[in-house]
Design a protein around this ligand. Structure first.
Ligand code: 6PG
Length: 250
């Protein structure tokens, strides 16, 4: 199957963005469980997913025992830290649903960053013994985007941008003077579906360049390098991050 065309959905505001994201999550979960009995999803961090997670927590029809939750990236902090993506997800979703503990695959970010990355990759390799061309195939990877075009913890100019063989790496983020643990581009690009959910006035210019600018610029933004090799790519934006787009509104 060749890579499918990128789809763009522009919605009026943050509540409709969260609703649209939750609906796509439910659709993908249903389709994956119907087709192969489980739904393997990597969640995003930051603030944007909060509202969508809360909506998912009250979705009545998700068989959470058939859902495996992973994290596309994690800050180098313990789960109790306010910066923790796992902690945000626990507070907005995991604490409100009944899901087997073994279905939640947390990055051990309390360890040193390199050990956390290696440990997570080992866990992924055990979970995905059957790979697609040597890469895990997530049913869905949720991503956000920062104002300078980073996604997951793949920041412009950071070492992880060039990683072509490892699944998970510790990445030094100069701008934040910190290390992060992140999926690499090949893992993102071997997903069956990648869903970007982006809000924020400060992202409008980069969203415009990525979605309506040159398709192969000399220095693409990290978010622009996410193109599933044989999967679906869906960008959902609201009228803050998508206000410069000419594309028709939903
Ligand atoms: C993280 C995320 C990161 C996030 C963007 C957008 O760990 O912060 O994985 O890639 O998606 O920075 O963050 P907001 O949703 O807070 O704007």
């Amino acid at each position: 199957m060749l890579s499918q065309a990128r789809q763009i959905k522009i919605v009026p505001d943050l509540p409709s963005l969260q609703r649209a994201g939750a609906d796509e999550f439910v659709r993908c979960a249903r389709e994956s469980i119907n087709s192969h009995g489980r739904f393997c999803v990597a969640l995003s961090g930051g603030n944007t997913p909060r509202g969508m997670n809360v909506l998912l927590a009250s979705e009545p029809d998700i068989p959470w025992h058939k859902v495996h939750i992973f994290f596309g990236d994690e800050r180098h902090v313990p789960p109790a830290d306010p910066q923790s993506n796992f902690g945000m997800t626990r507070d907005t979703l995991l604490s409100a649903i009944t899901i087997p503990a073994g279905n939640i695959h947390r990055v051990r970010a309390e360890l040193d960053a390199e050990t956390a990355a290696k440990t997570y990759e080992d866990e992924l390799r055990q979970f995905f013994p059957q790979t697609t061309n040597g890469w895990p195939r997530f049913d869905l990877i949720l991503l956000g985007m920062g104002p300078e075009g980073h996604t997951a913890s793949l920041f412009p100019g950071s070492p992880a941008i060039r990683e072509k063989t490892r699944w998970v790496v510790a990445n030094c983020v100069e701008k934040l003077k910190t290390e992060r643990i992140t999926f690499t581009f090949p893992v993102l690009n071997h997903a069956a579906e990648v869903l970007f959910i982006v809000t924020g006035e400060d992202k409008a210019e980069v969203v415009k360049q990525i979605l309506e600018g040159p398709s192969s610029p000399p220095e693409p933004f990290p978010a622009q390098q996410v193109r599933p090799v044989d999967g679906k790519l869906l960008w959902m934006v609201d009228e803050t991050s998508g206000r410069l787009l000419k594309a028709p509104r939903s």
